[in-house]
Design a protein around this ligand. Structure first.
Ligand code: SF4
Ligand code: SF4
Length: 720
């Protein structure tokens, strides 16, 4: 009987050796250009399979008979695999004889077929290793493999599969670093690291939890990398965009698999995702030259691809959030989501399934961990945007927006209130006056009227003073999602998507009126219902929830994310442009009446402007603003949420955002203006309006002079 520690050490040494050999063979395969070298690589991989297959036969039923069968199998497999290699060498020898001086080895033609063969053999190798080593270590018994699916899950979700595979991936990426595209080297290494922290590989629960945490952090890093990469390289080759989409789709499956493993104890989905990830990885590594392909069509012109990318990222994050919730806040998740049974008639099963899906998504998207994760991802893109933004006011706004996300989206509702009011059930722990969104945060009881009116009073006041920008570009979580580099670049879909185009400009189209009308009617309806429920006049629940709470959950925890992933079809900021959000509609209406508008320093500059960059950069598609600037020098719309991209984009620095601060400064400046006649002749009497940053305008146009292009600097001159 071998000492268990010694036997473990032997197995670990063998596994490491196999991983090193496989990585070396993968490198050889990637560099193979002739049929002979290809034949040798394939032969060596088949030899390894023969050995492992023989060992598996023995360990499945250890005994003399199985030992003999194992030896026969291994010898037969090895002998048979020799023939193709021998045939290739013979052909090569014949070629050498025929071609004599002009001899050159026969080139490899079907490279993709070869890559697929390498991939299949490596996966089979690892799978056999997973099973054989587990049986040898005594951690698995053959009787547990009751079906092919279970056998796959048991073979793959084991440390003997996952750790050697991670080592092989990391080593292959390292050995091939010279031929792999440099910008993806880090990504490939991260893929290997992610494989290494696969939670099912760890038998100790604490280690598995730590692995979930590290894996989630790595995955967040990969999502940020991909999003920022496509922002910087809008015209990537189809092979690159296909790789990104495939990778993130696999991670979505992996996270769903982890959820299935944690909740239902089945590792099948996770195992499938691991195999797919290996396939994608080795496909890149074995044929790296494909990444040198020509550039393709910009993704901003490929709505389906962009939609697919956003969707898989969202699915990955939803499951990642659910996994983190289960591990880190199990009581929250158990309390927030109670699934209905999927039994009974077809209609009952369907409605229960829809209800389960809805409340599951609601529970996940409202949870601290999901919001934190989303905040890190989208917030990092916002930080990149801050770095490239020139306007100080916009940089400050973006920083405030990030701070608001942390405080109002994560800390207050998820951390502070549950701590301050531990006895309250989830949902009611968020007071109406705080986040989230006023009406709909809780059932409308008469005792809440004061806070409801106070909430709306404060909203109205802020909107009158600053326009709807205080919420739609600072306090709400939506701008953090919309304003990062990559998502902001998706504003181009406002003008290119058929549906987005219908909502362009500041006018209220028929469609817009229908949406806003429906939203406001629902808000009033559910508020009344909720109130009548509270005073005992009615007893109406929607999907088991208070009507106003249901509307809130539907709007902000479910529909909002559907709107987000459909940006390529509906345009950016469609909660604003299409009027889906009652908070936005209400604040927009008050904002329209107050101090906030957009102003230009010189109308003449706009009249000569041909770029119209302000309109092109507007994330809510207010394409009619240049016309208003030309006519009146200012523009006001209840849809404008004051992000300031227009002012940042204007090549002549001619545009600024005006609100109560400017109004006050203008009044004060008017008071300080000395009486006429006391000025020296060359000093202009009129003062140009202050910029939105509170300083003097970049290029004041002296009074009494023609305000032509020469008066506006810095920036290129507008065309004459
Ligand atoms: S419209 Fe609503 S969801 Fe959209 S940014 Fe404004 S407040 Fe947020
Ligand atoms: S880009 Fe500038 S100059 Fe041109 S229309 Fe817009 S605000 Fe006027």
């Amino acid at each position: 009987m071998i000492d268990p520690t010694l036997s473990l050490a032997i197995l670990v040494s063998f596994a490491t050796l196999m991983a090193l050999i496989t990585a070396g063979l993968v490198k050889w395969a990637a560099e193979a250009r002739t049929r002979t070298s290809v034949a040798v690589v394939l032969f060596l991989l088949v030899m390894m399979i023969a050995m492992l297959g023989g060992a598996l036969l023995y360990f499945l039923h250890p005994g003399t008979a199985s030992l003999v069968a194992a030896l026969w199998f291994a010898s037969a497999a090895m002998s048979v695999s020799v023939f193709p290699v021998f045939a290739v060498f013979l052909q090569d020898a014949r070629r050498r004889l025929v071609m004599k001086e002009a001899y050159a080895p026969a080139p490899l033609r079907r490279r993709h077929l070869f890559a697929a063969s390498i991939l299949g053999l490596v996966v089979l190798n690892e799978f056999l290793m997973g099973w054989t080593f587990q049986l040898a270590a005594g951690t698995l018994s053959a009787s547990r493999a009751t079906s092919a699916a279970t056998a796959l899950a048991l073979g793959v979700n084991s440390p003997w599969f996952l750790f050697p595979m991670a080592l092989e991936m990391g080593l292959s990426a390292f050995l091939l670093r010279g031929v792999l595209p440099r910008r993806f080297a880090g990504l490939l290494i991260t893929q290997a690291a992610l494989m290494f922290v696969s939670p099912p590989a760890f038998s100790d629960p604490t280690a598995a939890h730590v692995a979930v945490g590290i894996g989630s952090a790595l995955m967040i890093g990969i999502v940020i990398f991909v999003l920022e990469h496509i922002y910087r390289h809008r015209q990537d080759a189809p092979v690159v965009s296909g790789y990104f989409l495939g990778l993130l789709a696999i991670y979505a499956l992996m996270m769903a698999g982890l959820y299935q493993w944690l909740v239902y104890g089945s590792g099948l989905l996770f195992a499938v995702s691991v195999v797919l990830e290996m396939a994608l990885f080795f496909d890149v590594v074995v044929v790296p030259e494909r990444f040198k392909e020509e550039k393709g069509v910009p993704w901003t012109l490929r709505p389906h691809w962009t939609f697919a990318l956003l969707s898989v990222i969202f699915v990955a994050e939803a499951f990642m959030g659910a996994v983190l919730d289960i591990l880190l806040e199990p009581s929250y998740f158990a309390g927030a989501f109670q699934p209905l049974p999927l039994s009974g008639s077809g209609a009952t099963i369907l409605s229960n399934a829809v209800s389960n899906g809805f409340w599951w998504l609601d529970a996940v998207t409202a949870s601290t961990w999901f919001l934190l994760m989303m905040g890190v991802e989208m917030g990092t893109l916002v930080v990149f945007k801050i770095v490239e933004t020139r306007s100080r006011e916009t940089r400050i706004r973006l920083a405030l927006m990030l701070g608001s996300y942390g405080v109002f989206v994560v800390w207050f509702p998820s951390i502070y209130y549950p701590m301050a009011f531990p006895g309250l059930p989830s949902g009611t722990a968020v007071p109406v006056l705080g986040w989230s969104m006023g009406l709909g945060s809780a059932a409308i009881a008469p005792s809440l009227f004061t806070v409801i009116f106070a909430t709306y009073g404060i909203w109205a006041l802020l909107s009158l003073l600053f326009g709807r920008r205080w919420v739609c570009s600072v306090f709400c979580m939506a701008p953090t999602m919309y304003q990062g580099t990559t998502i902001d670049a998706m504003s181009s879909f406002n003008r290119s998507s058929p549906l987005g185009r219908k909502y362009l400009s500041s006018r209220f189209s028929g469609l817009y009126s229908v949406t806003t009308g429906t939203v406001m009617a629902s808000l009033v309806g559910v508020s009344l219902l909720s109130y009548f429920d509270q005073v005992g006049l009615t007893h109406v629940l929607i999907a088991g929830a208070d009507p106003s709470v249901f509307l809130y959950d539907l709007s902000f925890n479910v529909m909002w994310y559907l709107i987000f992933v459909t940006i390529p079809y509906t345009g950016n900021y469609s909660c604003v442009t299409m009027g889906w959000c009652y908070t936005g509609i209400i604040t927009g209406a008050f904002g329209r009446l107050g101090f906030f508008d957009l102003r230009v320093r010189d109308r003449e500059v706009c009249k000569r402007c041909t770029t119209l960059d302000c309109a092109k950069k507007c994330p809510v598609g207010l394409v009619d603003m240049p016309g208003h600037f030309r006519q009146k020098g200012r523009f006001r719309s209840s849809k404008c949420c004051g992000v300031g991209d227009c002012a940042e984009a204007c090549p002549y620095g001619n545009l600024y955002l005006h609100d109560v601060r400017h109004w006050v400064r203008e009044r004060l400046a008017a008071r300080r203006t000395p009486p006429a006649g006391t000025l020296l002749p060359m000093v202009p009497r009129a003062h140009a309006p202050p910029t939105s940053e509170g300083t003097e305008p970049r290029s004041p146009v002296p009074a009494g002079r023609s305000s032509g292009a020469h008066a506006v600097a810095p920036g290129p001159s507008p065309p004459a």
